[in-house]
Design a protein around this ligand. Structure first.
Ligand SMILES: Cc1cc2nc3c(=O)[nH]c(=O)nc-3n(C[C@H](O)[C@H](O)[C@H](O)COP(=O)(O)O)c2cc1C
Length: 179
């Protein structure tokens, strides 16, 4: 299949995840293009399937991801699609946090009108060393509330790479049946 991966990112984790998906899909023999949603990404029209993702910051995805989807929604709904959401809520022990993340995804997709075949929540990263003072403070407070580490001298990655691989593989199986 000829596939397109589009991502939105603020601190780079969704890009890392998108690139990992690109590798998984290429290893499975597919032709893959990848683009940042902010950098004039190609239109979905020339592709057999698309994976789009973004990360949650203050309950929202990057606006470039929303713009891409709303601009191309008619074409997107004609090909198999998957949406991946990167956040920290899914790494929490609290079910309420998981439900909240899924609600953000559901509401976002409903607003755009895109109906992907699959969606997933992928745990992101806490990049304390890359945040500015205020971001570090906010993330430390949230982490404390949720029982996560508050040692800001290091970064922490929660991404389950096997889950990412499985999601990408499952998408091409479903996508090839649907197209
Ligand atoms: C300022 C800020 C706000 C965030 N808000 C949320 C949030 O509302 N919900 C959530 O689950 N994760 C939140 N996160 C965690 C990010 O989704 C997580 O760090 C993710 O890995 C970021 O991906 P990126 O590097 O692609 O931007 C926030 C992170 C930052 C720095």
């Amino acid at each position: 299949m000829k596939l397109l991966v589009i991502y939105g990112t603020t601190e780079g984790q969704a890009r890392k995840i998108a690139r990992y998906m690109e590798d998984v899909l290429q290893d499975a023999g597919h032709k893959v293009a990848i683009a940042d949603a902010t950098e004039e990404p190609p239109s979905p029209e020339d592709y057999d399937g698309i994976l789009i993702g973004g990360s949650i910051h203050m309950h929202q995805y990057q606006s470039a991801v929303a713009h891409y989807i709303t601009r191309h929604v008619a074409a997107l709904n004609k090909i198999p699609g998957a949406f991946f959401s990167v956040c920290l809520a899914v790494a929490s022990d609290m079910d309420e946090e998981h439900r909240e993340a899924q609600k953000i995804t559901n509401d976002f997709l409903e607003r755009t009108g895109w109906k992907p075949l699959m969606t997933t929540q992928i745990a992101g990263a806490l990049k304390y060393t890359q945040y500015d003072f205020f971001k570090r403070l906010i993330m430390k407070m949230i982490s404390k509330k949720e029982g996560r580490t508050t040692d800001t001298s290091k970064d922490y990655e929660f991404t389950d790479w096997d889950q990412v691989k499985q999601f990408a593989s499952e998408f091409v199986n479903k996508g090839s049946q649907a197209s």
